[in-house]
Design a binder for this molecule. Structure first.
Ligand SMILES: [Zn+2]
Length: 235
């Protein structure tokens, strides 16, 4: 009987497959996003690169889970796979928060070329989506809402800087639903925020309400976080 392939080789194969071709577009979007972050940071951040790879892998897994659910109606024959997906999703949130947090600290320094708004607002931030410093602050805060629950089992308190614009507030307030979904709902391909299989129920202090944030939606918010922001280099 042949030896089974090693876990290391299996992971390499899974990542290779995830990048080509189904998730190739996502990977390209990550490359462009990481290049923007590298310009702001002045150096490459290996943690950001790892988060990109993990996101591509998780999206491929999430597609597989949706197919499995469509075929079987449940995941009772693959609970180990679902547990691993849950664990890797948590690691993705923690890693993504960390590279956004360290970049936000760096870009907030008044000497940084993108920190004009910090100098003008006494370090509070203007909050505008077109401001690089605040745009990175916003996606850091969105990630912090989930990260605090996963890492500390606490509500996120440090998310009010930069302030939300009225348009952002209205968009978040219109997000469905405000009630915790039953556990089974987390396994539905569902609508809106529930898409993406893995989702978390968190309290958002900025709008004084609970929200359901799916991993896929959070990933999209991060990837779209710099849309419309002027390109400014740290060099
Ligand atoms: Zn700003």
């Amino acid at each position: 009987m042949p030896n089974p392939p090693s876990p290391f080789k299996l992971v390499s194969a899974a990542l290779y497959q995830a990048r080509h071709p189904l998730q190739a577009t996502t990977y390209d979007r990550w490359r462009a996003f990481l290049k923007r972050l590298e310009d702001y940071r002045g150096t490459l951040d290996p943690i950001a690169d790892q988060s990109a790879n993990l996101d591509v892998l998780l999206r491929a897994v999430e597609e597989n889970i949706e197919e499995e659910l469509a075929l079987q109606g449940d995941l009772k024959n693959d609970t180990a796979g679902f547990q691993l997906h849950l664990h890797l999703s948590r690691l993705w949130v923690l890693g993504t928060y960390e590279f956004l947090r360290t970049l936000h600290i760096q870009i907030k320094q008044h000497s940084h070329p993108a920190a004009a708004c910090m100098r003008e607002t006494n370090s509070k931030g203007c909050g505008e989506a077109t401001c690089a410093c605040c745009a990175i602050g916003h996606i850091k805060n969105e990630t912090a809402l989930v990260r605090m629950v996963l890492a500390k089992n606490e509500k996120a308190n440090d998310v009010c800087n930069p302030p939300l614009t009225d348009a952002m507030r209205i968009k978040i307030e219109s997000d469905p639903p405000a009630n915790p979904p039953p556990a089974s709902k987390f396994l539905c391909d569902g609508e809106g925020q529930m898409g993406g299989i893995m989702a978390w129920y968190v309290y958002d202090k900025r709008v004084s309400r609970h929200r359901v944030i799916s991993r896929l939606d959070l990933s999209e918010r991060v990837l779209n976080g710099l849309n419309g922001v002027e390109v400014i280099s740290a060099q």
